[in-house]
Design a protein around this ligand. Structure first.
Ligand code: GUN
Length: 300
């Protein structure tokens, strides 16, 4: 039987709708408008596209959006100064510094200068530690989006075997923590894993986050398993015309969809959930800052 296609685009629109409703209530009942600040250093074209898209969606859900676009040669002291201002600005509940940063800036130092309660990326060392010990934290957006889709599809994940391929700080490691938090038996696989095919074949849930185009073939997938594809890779597509490209994930979609029970497509799967979860995290941060109840279903 063909796999159920998990429609991340529709799911993300639903999440943004829930966020927008909650924001309307916050404004009407409490006079509070959640605010998100995005800091972009330099002119990386992909980052510019992301930041524009984040700003547009922030405004669409009724939040305040602030953008700081800084020159590529901005000094560390100047960047830290801007973050400090945002940390102490009560109208800002979420701060995101777009990565990667230019080489002369220390990414860890910069991320760890964000007030942890405003760290809507969940990258601050305090949030990493809180997540790892099962305490309330800000959770990285992409893994949170994957978790929401998995919970929506399965209900409970308890007792399932999950394999996360990729050990990045942004996706692989926090994804594994979240799955563990939902009582999965979790394996983190990576480039040095022996017999990767056999490891993946045991999984009821496969999360692929390696950044290698179409590296997971269908014959690695246990029949009926759920496949979450975090990869976004651009390949040349001469068949579509000269200079054209196509987006593919980290799994070979056709062969995996023939075996899986459910699968996320690329594009239109995990991708749209990331910004939706950034907005959800900003709302959560705003509720916590004001001692209000957190939105249902939008946190880990
Ligand atoms: N660059 C690519 N993805 C991300 C992300 O999720 N957060 C930040 N801050 N930068 C990124």
């Amino acid at each position: 039987m063909a796999a159920t296609v998990i429609d991340g685009k529709a799911f993300a629109a639903k999440v943004r709708g829930q966020v927008a409703e909650h924001v309307t209530r916050l404004k009407e009942e409490q006079g509070i408008t959640p605010g998100l600040a995005v800091v972009l250093v330099g002119e990386d074209p992909a980052s510019q596209v992301y930041v524009r898209s984040k700003g547009k969606m922030t405004v669409e859900v009724g939040m305040k959006s602030v953008e700081h676009k800084l020159d590529a040669d901005t000094s560390e002291a100047d960047l830290l100064g801007i973050i400090e201002q945002l940390n102490s600005d009560p109208s800002i509940h979420g701060i995101l510094v777009q990565l990667p940063l230019p080489k002369h800036l220390d990414e860890d130092l910069v991320i760890n200068s964000i007030a942890p309660e405003k760290d809507v990326d969940g990258f601050h060392i305090s949030n990493v530690g809180l997540l790892g010990t099962g305490q309330k934290s800000m959770v990285p957006c992409t893994p949170l989006g994957c978790l929401m889709m998995l919970r929506d599809h399965h209900g409970s994940l308890s007792g399932m075997d999950a394999v996360v391929i990729g050990r990045s700080n942004i996706v692989g490691k926090p994804m594994a923590q979240l799955l563990l938090g939902d009582s999965c038996t979790v394996t983190i696989a990576h480039s040095r894993t022996k017999d990767l095919a056999d490891v993946v074949r045991r999984a009821d849930i496969v999360v692929a986050a390696v950044g290698r185009p179409e590296m997971v073939p269908g014959d690695w997938i246990k029949p009926g398993a759920t496949v979450i594809d975090v990869g976004i890779n651009r390949l040349d597509a001469p068949e579509k015309g000269e200079g054209k490209t196509r987006l593919v994930g980290d799994v070979d979609y056709e062969s995996c969809a023939a075996v899986a029970g459910a699968i996320t497509p690329v594009p239109g799967g995990v991708g749209p959930m990331t910004i939706a979860c950034l907005l959800a995290n900003t709302l959560t941060a705003c509720c916590r800052a004001n001692g209000l109840a957190e939105p249902d279903g939008l946190t880990a």
